[in-house]
Design a protein around this ligand. Structure first.
Ligand code: GLA
Length: 731
C-alpha cells in the first residue's frame, strides 16, 4: 500500500487497499497515464500506454509529434502543442503567445499530505503522518518557464485518490494562466454512461445518467458558486453498473466556485475526463516567482457499483475532510423559525416557540432571517448587522439569556457575503459591491454581492459576524448565500487582474470561515446557499453540515437526499420536519413520514410548534426519541440505497448499517400505494452473513445470509406517503 517508483520500468505505482493507479514516463520526458482500476501488482503494465504502436510515437517511428500528442494518454493535458482533446492547462505569455508543453523533471514521495494554502483539502488523520503518502511530479515548459507540480495522495484507510496541481512562474516574464484544471484522466472507453447531479432551487442534486457518446459532455458552473444547477461531480460508469455491480470512476471537486467537469469520448474511442476551475471568466496573472494552487479533486474507482463509490466518499469525508468537533457528536435537535414565521417575529414569539419546543425535547432555537437592520422582507438591510431592537427588545443577549434559562441553546442566521442596495452599508460603500462600471447592477433577491477580493471587505464581514457572536451566548450559525454573480467586476482589482475575481471571492469565503472556526471552535456552523447551492466538499471542510434544500416536502426530499447521499454522509445533510401543506409544493404527508425522512439527515424542525395539533406534538416527542436512538448509527454507519422512487415510481428505501455490522436500520417509504400486490421482497445489505439478526419488535430471528440473499417479506401499507422503519439487531 502506498506510493512507489519503479525505476527500471519508469513507472509510479499508487496503491490503496483495493485500487491501483499507475503513471509512466515516456522517453524520459512525457508523463503518461498507464492504468487506474483494481489492484494489478504487475510492473510490466507499462505497455498499456501503447507508445510502441504505429504511427504515434515520434522517437520510435519518426512520425510527426502531433499524432503522438493527440493520442498519448497524458496525465495532464496542455493546450496548443498537438493534443486536440480537452486541455487542462493553457498559458499566455506577455507577447500574447499561447500554449504549453510539459517535460518531466523529477519527483518526490512525501510522507503525509501537505495542505493547499488558503484552500480546503483532505488531510491525513490526526497523529498518523504515516497514514498517507503524496507523490509530487515536477514538470516544466522549457519555453515559458512555467513549472508545474502534479500532486497525488493516498491514505492507508481509503480507496480514494486525491489530486491537485500547482503552477509556478520561474521565468522572467509575467505569465497569464487562462486555464488550470486540477485533474485529467485518460483511459480506454467501453460502453460507458456519465452520471451527474442536476437541479435548480428547491430541487437540488437529482441524478442524471446518460450514454457517453462521441464528443464532449460538460457539467459546469459559471455562477460564482458551485450552484443548485449541477454538483461539482461527474462519474463515468459501465452501462450495466448499478448500486452493487460494475465499474465506476467518480471525480468530485473540493471547491465552492465555478467549475467544469467533462467526459470526452475521442476519435479513437478513448475517454478523457477532466475537472477543475471553470476557465470561463478566469485568468490568473502569474508574476515571475509567483505560484498558483489549483484546488483538489477526489477520484474514486469502484468495481462494485455506485454503492461502493458512495461509501468510499462518505468515509473519506468523515475521516479526512470535515474538521468540525461536531462531526462525531450528536448535534442538538433544532427548531428553525423560517417556515414558522418568515420575517414576522419578535422576542415574544420566538420564546413561545422555544418553550413549546423545549417541552417536546427540542434542544436549540435557530432565529433565521430578519433580526437585523430594518429587515422585515427580503428587500433590504443586508450588510447592516445591527440587531433590530423593535423586534428584539433588549437585543440578542436578552433573548439568548431567556433561552439559556429555559435550557435551550441559541442559533442565528447570517448572510454575510451580501449587500442590499437599501442598506446603510451600500450608502456608505457602493464601491464594495461586485460590479461592472457603467453597467446597471443586476439585483437578484433585491441584493448585490460583496467584493471579497477586497481585504477590507473581508475584515468588515468578519467583524460583523464575530462581534455578534461575541455579544451573546450563541451556539450555532447558519451561514447563507442567496444569489449568483452578474456584472462580474471589482473596483479594487486593476484591469489585468479582473479575471481573478471569481477565484479571489471563493478564497475570501474560505478565509472568513477559517477565521470564524478558529475564533469560535465550539460553534456549530451550518452552511447554506438558498438551500443547496453551495453544497460541496469545499464548504464541508469548514462546516459539518449544509442545508440541503429549501424544499422540505418529505416526498421531494427523497430524490434530493438520495442524490446528496450519493456523495455526502447523512450527517452532513441538513434536513427538517416542516408543516403541511408543504410550503414548496402544497403536499400533505403524514407527520411520521416527514420525521423518517429528516432522520436521514441532521434532523430538526422548521414549523410553528405552538400551532400544530396535539397528535403532531406527541409525534414530535416520538421522533425526538428516535433521533436519540438512531443518530449515532445514521451519523457513522454505512449507507446503502435499496430502492429509488425516482426510478421505480412507487417506493423508496435506504439502509444504514453500523461499521461493526451489529445493527442496521432500514427506512422504507411507500410513495404511492398500489392495489392487489404481493408483499415486497427486500434484500437487506451489508450484514454479517453468519450473524443472527433479530427484527426489533417482532421477536423474529434471521441469519444474515437469509436477510441478504433471500430477503425479508415486507407487507405493503395502506395509503400514500407511508413510512416503515425496520431495525435489525445482531444477537
Ligand atoms: C435561504 C435559505 C432559507 C432561509 C432564507 C432566509 O433561502 O435557504 O433556509 O434561511 O434564505 O432568507
Amino acid at each position: 500500500m502506498g506510493i512507489e517508483y519503479l525505476e527500471k520500468e519508469q513507472l509510479f505505482r499508487l496503491t490503496t487497499p483495493n485500487t491501483e493507479y499507475v503513471i509512466g514516463i515516456t522517453d524520459g520526458i512525457y508523463i503518461g497515464h498507464v492504468y487506474y482500476g483494481k489492484r494489478l501488482g504487475d510492473a510490466r503494465c507499462g505497455y498499456l500506454m501503447r507508445t510502441g504502436e504505429h504511427p504515434f510515437t515520434p522517437a520510435q517511428k519518426k512520425r510527426e509529434k502531433c499524432s503522438f500528442a493527440d493520442t498519448y494518454p497524458w496525465e495532464y493535458s496542455t493546450w496548443g502543442v498537438g493534443d486536440y482533446r480537452e486541455s487542462s492547462l493553457n498559458v499566455r505569455t506577455e507577447s500574447g503567445y499561447r500554449g504549453c508543453e510539459l517535460h518531466y523533471e523529477g519527483y518526490q514521495i512525501i510522507q503525509g499530505k501537505p495542505g493547499l494554502p488558503g484552500l480546503p483539502a483532505t488531510f491525513c488523520g490526526e497523529g498518523e503522518q504515516g497514514g498517507g503518502q503524496t507523490l509530487e511530479l515536477y514538470a516544466q515548459d522549457p519555453v515559458t518557464g512555467l513549472h508545474v507540480t502534479l500532486r497525488y495522495s493516498v491514505f492507508e484507510d481509503s480507496d480514494a485518490l486525491m489530486r491537485s496541481v500547482s503552477c509556478s512562474n520561474r521565468g522572467s516574464q509575467t505569465l497569464y494562466l487562462e486555464k488550470v484544471l486540477s485533474a485529467c484522466l485518460d483511459m480506454d472507453c467501453g460502453d460507458w454512461d456519465t452520471l451527474t447531479l442536476h437541479g435548480s432551487w428547491a430541487r437540488e442534486h437529482i441524478m442524471d445518467r446518460r450514454e457517453l457518446t462521441l464528443g464532449k459532455y460538460l457539467a459546469a458552473s459559471a455562477r460564482g458558486e458551485s450552484g443548485h444547477q449541477v454538483q461539482p461531480f461527474m462519474a463515468v460508469l459501465d452501462r450495466n453498473a448499478d448500486q452493487e455491480h460494475g465499474e465506476v470512476y467518480g471525480m468530485h471537486f473540493v471547491y465552492s466556485g465555478n467549475f467544469m467537469a467533462m467526459a470526452e469520448k475521442t476519435q479513437f474511442g478513448a475517454l478523457r475526463m477532466v475537472m477543475g476551475i471553470n476557465p470561463e471568466g478566469f485568468e490568473w496573472v502569474l508574476e515571475p516567482g509567483a505560484d498558483f494552487d489549483a484546488p483538489e479533486v477526489v477520484c474514486v474507482y469502484s468495481d462494485e457499483g455506485l454503492g461502493k463509490m458512495t461509501r468510499t466518499l462518505h468515509d473519506l469525508y468523515r475521516n479526512h475532510l470535515i474538521r468540525s468537533p461536531y462531526l462525531h457528536q450528536k448535534r442538538p435537535i433544532l427548531i428553525n423559525n423560517w417556515e414558522a414565521t418568515y420575517f414576522d417575529f419578535n422576542t415574544e414569539k420566538l420564546l413561545q416557540i422555544a418553550a413549546e419546543a423545549k417541552k417536546r425535547g427540542i434542544e436549540m432555537l435557530v432565529m433565521d432571517d430578519g433580526w437585523f437592520g430594518k429587515r422585515s422582507s427580503d428587500e433590504g438591510s443586508l450588510g447592516d448587522w445591527v440587531v433590530n431592537e423593535e423586534k428584539l427588545p433588549g437585543g440578542l443577549a436578552y433573548l439568548a439569556d431567556r433561552l439559556t434559562e429555559m435550557g435551550m441553546k441559541f442559533g442565528i442566521w447570517f448572510e454575510p457575503e451580501m449587500i442590499s442596495p437599501d442598506s446603510d452599508l451600500y450608502r456608505k460603500h457602493p464601491e464594495w459591491a461586485v460590479q461592472h462600471p457603467g453597467r446597471e447592477l443586476t439585483q437578484s433577491r433585491a441584493q448585490y454581492i460583496l467584493d471579497l477580493s477586497r481585504p477590507e471587505v473581508v475584515d468588515y464581514v468578519y467583524e460583523s459576524v464575530a462581534s455578534i457572536l461575541r455579544s451573546a451566548n450563541i451556539s450555532y450559525v447558519k451561514w447563507d448565500m442567496n444569489r449568483q454573480f452578474t456584472d462580474v467586476g471589482s473596483l479594487y482589482l486593476d484591469g489585468t487582474h479582473q479575471g481573478e475575481l471569481f477565484h479571489r471571492y471563493v478564497l475570501g469565503v474560505y478565509r472568513l470561515q477559517e477565521r470564524l472556526t478558529a475564533e469560535f471552535p465550539d460553534l456549530l456552523l451550518e452552511n447554506c446557499a438558498s438551500g443547496g447551492a453551495r453544497f460541496d466538499p469545499g464548504m464541508l471542510y469548514y462546516s459539518p453540515q449544509i442545508w440541503c434544500s429549501d424544499d422540505t416536502d418529505a416526498v421531494e426530499r427523497l430524490a434530493i437526499q438520495e442524490g446528496t447521499a450519493l456523495l455526502y454522509p447523512l450527517s452532513t445533510i441538513g434536513a427538517h420536519v416542516s408543516d403541511c401543506p408543504n410550503h414548496a409544493v402544497g403536499r400533505n404527508t403524514p407527520f411520521q413520514t416527514r420525521g423518517y425522512v429528516a432522520l436521514a439527515g441532521t434532523f430538526g424542525y422548521e414549523l410553528d410548534i405552538t400551532k400544530i395539533s396535539p397528535e403532531d406534538q406527541a409525534e414530535v416527542e416520538k421522533q425526538v426519541r428516535l433521533y436519540h436512538r438512531y443518530q449515532p448509527l445514521m451519523r457513522e454507519g454505512d449507507y446503502y440505497r435499496l430502492a429509488s422512487w425516482k426510478e421505480n415510481g412507487t417506493w423508496d428505501c435506504w439502509e444504514v448499517v453500523s461499521k461493526d455490522r451489529s445493527e442496521a436500520l432500514v427506512t422504507l417509504i411507500q410513495v404511492l400505494a398500489e392495489p392487489n400486490y404481493h408483499s415486497r421482497r427486500l434484500k437487506i445489505a451489508g450484514l454479517e452473513p453468519d450473524g443472527t439478526y433479530e427484527l426489533e419488535g417482532t421477536g423474529q430471528v434471521y441469519s444474515g445470509r437469509l436477510l441478504m440473499y433471500g430477503g425479508l417479506l415486507v407487507e405493503r401499507t395502506w395509503g400514500d406517503y407511508t413510512g416503515t422503519l425496520l431495525h435489525f439487531i445482531k444477537r
